[in-house]
Design a protein around this ligand. Structure first.
Ligand SMILES: CC(C)(COP(=O)(O)OP(=O)(O)OC[C@H]1O[C@@H](n2cnc3c(N)ncnc32)[C@H](O)[C@@H]1OP(=O)(O)O)[C@@H](O)C(=O)NCCC(=O)NCCS
Length: 144
């Protein structure tokens, strides 16, 4: 998954239902899509795992696939029927919309190009016109 990562997570027993799962998923999404600049995050969830499905759907993940596999699974409730969810990075989402494609369609184009040796991330409009502050310049500003 050159362009994305999968997140698997668990909240320790005794701490369920306190909002921690949703908060952690939000923080992990921010880390993956914001700081690490992945284009998408993937989750594999058993459909019987209501809290996980709720978190994925509330945090704007798209359901992109489903399958049955009794051998696959995490802890928690299991039915053997799994959903795959994707959450996408915002500029990637906007690029897909401007091309009138779903994010999944754009991702599959990116993968095809990758197979031909082209990293399509170079075509995304990520240009920064503002120089990023360095630790050195921030310290200088603070001490001046
Ligand atoms: C799935 C898991 C991470 C959820 O964490 P959590 O901290 O218990 O969940 P939250 O308290 O953030 O609840 C998230 C939402 O699910 C709902 N929810 C929680 N438990 C629920 C239950 N038993 N039935 C129905 N809904 C439930 C909550 O109401 C909340 O929705 P809301 O904000 O609209 O009220 C946790 O149960 C867990 O670690 N499970 C085992 C491992 C696992 O399944 N990992 C996920 C694999 S992708």
């Amino acid at each position: 998954m050159e362009f994305g990562c999968e997140i698997a997570y668990m909240i320790r027993g005794g701490f369920h239902g306190l909002g921690l799962g949703k908060m952690w998923m939000y923080l992990l999404l921010r880390e993956a899509l914001g700081r690490k600049r992945f284009l998408f995050v993937e989750l594999h969830i058993d459909k019987a795992n209501t809290p996980s499905v709720t978190i994925a759907e509330q945090l704007a993940h798209d359901r992109v696939d489903e399958w049955t596999s009794p051998l696959f699974g995490h802890q928690g409730p299991r039915s053997g029927h799994y959903y795959a969810y994707h959450a996408y990075e915002n500029i990637f989402l906007q690029t897909a919309a401007s091309m009138k494609k779903t994010p999944l369609e754009l991702l599959s184009i990116f993968w095809q190009l990758w197979d031909e040796g082209i990293d399509a991330r170079q075509f995304l409009p990520y240009e920064q016109h503002v120089e990023r502050p360095t630790l050195c310049s921030t310290l200088r500003l603070a001490t001046e």
